[in-house]
Design a protein around this ligand. Structure first.
Ligand code: NAD
Ligand code: MN
Length: 351
């Protein structure tokens, strides 16, 4: 088997963490007996600064030729963030109709959590964040720009099919896990979209009688995740809430350097896109100290998508063994003083 992987490192530490993941792909392919080839696409904010576009016109056609996209992050201090994100990685999620944003947050060692008394086995949460509509749809506008009567309108769109398909993915997964889906919503204050969302989620839940549906308001979820993370397993949410709360679950398991994500659509033939939850971290870019593990774990999600579940498990086990080993190199975000490269050099010896 040979896989064809598009590398889209993007900006800032995106370059460092994607490059650092390549030796892990090598080690996994060698151990598990498959081949892969990569193509590096240097699209992102540098291109925008030179040519006025984040991606070339042919980007989607080129990316569509691959089996998967491994992405770093996009965002640069000289480019407005709403441009680098909506014209960069968000446009790819939209183009390929990646309606699932899968974001697991696993506590690999209890030393990594800032929460008191939380043990390793307590936190194993998987988010199903709706990834193509909701609050991140580009509908709205501004009137009387610059004037004292200026108005901005930002709309959200929820479609029945859009809610159904992400809810089904969450329920299907919950069947194989704790048989509970926590639906994070705000239908008490937002009476159109989120009320509709809850109604459709309720309908879908009826198709999964052995899975319990728990509804929780996003503000309360924010608190409960900190107070009792062990009560969460599969979490379902619309785009905005999932974006915000997955940085919180990242913090619970050791920070943004520890959480991977997958952008998927199992119903079409486009490649999935795998990327860390974090951004381009301009504050540490170029220092060689970015934690590569979120991107390494994202490559594990990619192997899961390829059906190479042994390679995926080996990556997770390797990371777990490394972060639990007091003598292993760790980057500063995990309390160590190692470089990105040291972490990877150590990790590949654990395969
Ligand atoms: P960020 O995730 O880049 O950084 C937040 C904090 O976490 C920073 O202090 C950073 O140093 C730290 N951090 C993040 N990843 C780390 C890692 N692997 N190792 C060690 N420390 C790490 O978020 P931000 O500061 O809000 O945004 C910076 C830029 O990234 C912006 O341009 C933003 O738009 C962009 N962004 C892009 C994506 C994406 O491409 N998917 C996601 C989020 C933010
Ligand atoms: Mn985010």
């Amino acid at each position: 088997m040979e896989y064809d992987i598009a590398l889209l490192p993007g900006d800032g530490i995106g370059n460092e963490v994607v490059e650092a993941t390549i030796p892990v792909l090598d080690a996994a392919s060698e151990k598990f007996g498959f081949e892969f080839q990569t193509t590096w696409y240097d699209w992102g904010s540098q291109r925008y600064l030179q040519k006025g576009e984040m991606l070339p016109d042919t980007a989607y056609d080129q990316l569509a030729e691959h089996d998967a996209i491994l992405h770093g992050a996009m965002g640069h201090p000289d480019v407005p963030d709403h441009i680098s994100s909506t014209e960069g990685h968000i446009s790819i999620r939209r183009e390929f109709d990646h309606y699932i944003n899968l974001r697991p947050a696993i506590l690999f060692d209890s030393s990594l959590t800032p929460l008191k008394g939380v043990e390793t086995a307590d936190v194993n949460i998987v988010w199903y964040r709706e990834n193509t509509e909701g609050e991140y749809i580009d509908v709205g506008g501004r009137l009387n720009r610059g004037g004292s009567t200026e108005i901005a309108l930002q709309s959200s769109i929820y479609t029945k099919e859009g809610i159904r398909r992400i809810a089904k993915s969450a329920f299907r997964d919950a069947k194989t896990r704790s048989k509970k889906v926590t639906n994070v919503t705000k239908s008490n204050a937002l009476s159109h979209g989120p009320v509709f969302w809850d109604e459709v989620v309720e309908e879908v839940s009826e198709e999964f009688p052995d899975v319990r549906l728990e509804n929780m308001y996003v503000d309360a979820a924010n608190m409960h995740l900190v107070q009792r993370p062990e009560d969460f397993d599969v979490v379902l949410s619309s785009n905005l809430f999932g974006d915000i709360l997955t940085d919180l679950t990242a913090a619970i398991v050791g920070g943004l350097g520890m959480t991977p994500s997958a952008n998927l659509n199992p119903n079409n033939d486009y490649p999935g896109m795998f990327e860390p939850v974090h951004g381009s971290a301009p504050d540490i870019a170029g220092d060689g100290i970015a934690n590569p593990l979120a991107t390494v774990l994202s490559s594990g999600l990619m192997f899961d998508d390829f059906g190479q579940s042994s390679a995926a498990a080996a990556i997770r086990e390797g990371v777990e063994a490394q972060v639990s080993d007091e003598t292993a190199p760790k980057t500063p975000d995990l309390g160590g003083s190692a470089k990105t490269r040291d972490v990877v050099d150590d990790l590949v010896t654990r395969f």
